[in-house]
Ligand binder design. Structure first.
Ligand code: NAP
Length: 423
């Protein structure tokens, strides 16, 4: 009879990847039945899991009763906690503790936890503001002390972080600002694709890796290597600029500024994985993990998520769609391709919504192509992250041009379409 593995975060990057990897693995898909945990079994990602044969069960990491029920019958548990949902280390620690206690109570044999190192302890108190690492390390300690059979997968630095971190200038070039020198080595990792690949190591080598850590990253890269590879892959200019701690913090929302700063400082010294080599984990993998060379164009694929999602939803309801962009031609084309795959028509149109001639040309092209226009989603908007004194006058003007003037220009007499405000 198959054993049961219960996967937390099954609707997210890490847990979703674990589910995919087990389903796709000839040996593990026979050995394990999968139970996926979510707080909402009605949402699309939960229903997709159910369609693939996953038993989708409701539980909340903050509700011990729901966890005891959800873990009944489980042989193995994959646990990921999401610090960023509450940004509260005490809650993350309590959630890890809740799962450990419930797992122990129902007799789970193997608990695999997505952990990280303890920054405060590893730096002897030099860096004290990286609670999303420290609380995971504290959960790891609690699990070890519980006596449950355990192993730990330590996810590397998400490659998807660079979607936000590589800043695009108006001239199309990119800059990576870090408060560290080029000696810092970032262990890069494609969480959505490869968490499962590394977790399979903990499943297939459970005896050998009991109480051990698997380092989940494909390679270490310096900031200069990160921009060089990005340039090679995309053909776009990119540079690395080392900035001071204060400059770095000023570019971030205050709520995360200290945490992000100290997180990067930890990567430089003593190192994200304290300088440990990746090879012992890499050599146990069934296949090669995604490298930055494979995924290094990810920042140039940045596209307005809400606009793209709305365009797709309109297409699902039968609308032909014109996808507007100003810099990201490739990203707009990839949205248009997805729309065409739904059996409707799509074009991409370059236009800066803050310029009247561009708007005029945009609507002309749409009318020429489709002959009619029924809905305009006037959704473009830009922002500046940082404290008020760091915003330049040019940036303020640009934000007003795009976010305010653009909204007045988009509707026009020719199409007789006027706005309904959606807040
Ligand atoms: N960015 C990086 O470089 C990096 C590196 C290493 C580690 N990490 C860590 O990765 C973690 C995030 O993992 P991820 O990328 O897989 O997150 P994600 O894609 O945002 O998914 C979060 C998952 O957690 C589940 N979840 C959240 N709160 C829950 C609760 N109270 N009860 C039950 N399930 C809950 C969600 O399920 P439902 O919403 O369906 O209930 C969802 O499936 C964070 O803790 C972060 O610190 C990030």
């Amino acid at each position: 009879m198959s054993k049961l593995i219960t996967v937390f975060g099954a609707t997210g990057n890490q847990g979703g990847s674990v589910v995919e990897a087990i389903l796709a693995d000839a040996q593990l898909s026979k050995e394990f039945k999968i139970r996926g945990i979510t707080r909402d079994t009605t949402k699309k990602s939960s229903q997709e899991l159910a369609k693939r044969g996953v038993e989708v069960v409701t539980a909340d990491l903050s509700s011990p009763e729901s966890l005891t029920e959800a873990l009944k019958g489980s042989h193995t548990v994959f646990l990921v906690t999401n610090y960023w949902e509450t940004m509260d280390a005490d809650i993350e620690y309590a959630q890890g503790k809740n799962v450990t206690d419930a797992a122990k109570a129902v007799g789970v044999s193997h608990l695999i936890f997505s952990s990280l190192h303890h920054v405060k302890e590893e730096t002897n108190g030099r860096l004290t503001k990286v609670p999303h690492f420290d609380s995971k390390a504290n959960v790891e300690k609690y699990i070890r002390a519980s006596g449950i059979g355990c192993s730990f997968v330590l996810p590397g630095y998400y490659m998807s972080n660079y979607i936000q971190m590589l800043n695009r200038s108006d001239d199309g070039s990119y800059t990576l600002y870090y408060p560290v020198s080029n000696n810092a080595k970032f262990p890069l990792f494609d969480a959505a694709k490869d968490t499962g690949l590394f977790t399979k190591v903990a499943l297939k080598h459970a005896g050998e890796l009991k109480n051990k850590q698997v380092l989940a990253a494909s390679a270490y890269y310096t900031p200069q290597e990160i921009v060089n590879i990005f340039s090679r892959v995309t053909g776009k200019k990119a540079s690395f600029v080392q900035v001071s701690a204060e400059q770095y913090k000023a570019s971030l929302p205050p709520a995360v500024a200290d945490e992000y700063l100290e997180n990067q400082l930890f990567v430089e010294e003593p190192g994200y994985y304290l300088g440990e080599p990746l090879e012992p984990s890499l050599k146990l993998l069934d296949s090669k993990p995604t490298t930055w060379e494979d995924l290094g164009d990810i920042p140039s694929r940045r596209v307005g998520a809400s606009g793209a999602a709305t365009a797709l939803r309109l297409a699902q309801h039968g609308a032909d769609v014109a996808v507007n962009y100003v810099n990201s031609a490739a990203a707009a084309e990839s949205v248009a391709e997805k729309i065409r795959s739904l059996g409707v028509r799509a074009i991409t149109v370059k236009a800066d919504v803050s310029k009247k001639p561009d708007i005029k040309a945009l609507f002309e092209e749409v009318m020429e192509e489709f002959g009619r226009l029924d809905i305009v989603l006037s959704n473009s908007g830009i922002e500046h992250f940082g404290s008020v004194p760091t915003v330049t006058e040019a940036e303020i003007d640009k934000i007003l041009r795009v976010d305010v003037k653009g909204q007045f220009l988009s509707p026009n007499k020719r199409t007789n379409i006027w706005p309904i405000t959606v807040a």
